[in-house]
Design a protein around this ligand. Structure first.
Ligand code: AMP
Length: 172
């Protein structure tokens, strides 16, 4: 993990003053770091019977796709408004820097699914909470939550449900 950490670029005051941005593009472009991230993430869920991985736009699409492929699951994009072509359900939410809306296709998840929701970074938790509520409203059998990076000081876990299994590869 030290190898991966050393490949994450920390950018001050992006996208707004006061935010320290954890840039994973520098880890994703390094073949060994990308391999470690993909392998270690998927090892956490091998025995969980995951049938669908939900990746949150847009940085969650990268790890989410790798997870889906490695676990033999389907991939579902949770997208910004107006991007998905068919019938959607949506949620408004606040995040570390600003407000947003997230949507998924209404037919993306069925009650026999075991769903893993993935995003790159847990900051205040607003984004994941919105994604969780959307997925939950479609009544899957079980929901897991995963991040590559958790910014512990922002206490994002506190806004997420207590009874859900949440993992992160790296804590800052
Ligand atoms: P939040 O809803 O506050 O947990 O914000 C999480 C979302 O915003 C994730 O999709 C991240 O990609 C992005 N994000 C928030 N804060 C940061 C940060 N400091 N560095 C990198 N990405 C961040």
């Amino acid at each position: 993990m030290e190898y991966v950490k050393s490949h994450i670029r920390e950018v001050k005051d992006f996208p707004t003053p006061g935010i320290l941005f954890y840039d994973l593009t520098t880890a994703f472009k390094d073949p060994r770091a990308l391999h470690i991230i993909g392998w270690d993430l998927s090892q956490l869920y091998r025995d969980k019977g995951i049938t669908k991985v939900v990746g949150i736009e847009s940085r969650g699409f990268i790890g989410g796709s790798i997870l889906a492929f490695e676990l033999g699951a389907g991939f579902i994009p949770a997208r910004k408004p107006g991007k998905l072509p068919a019938d959607v359900i949506r949620k408004d939410y606040g995040k570390e820097y600003g407000k947003d809306i997230i949507e998924i296709h209404r037919d993306a998840i069925t009650p026999d699914d075991v769903v893993l929701i993935h995003d790159d970074v847990l900051a205040t938790g607003g984004t994941m909470k919105a994604a969780y509520e959307l997925v939950k409203s479609l009544n899957p059998k079980k929901i897991y939550i995963n991040f590559i990076i958790e910014l512990s000081a922002l206490e994002g876990r506190k806004v997420l449900p207590d009874d859900v299994d949440i993992t992160s590869l790296l804590k800052y």
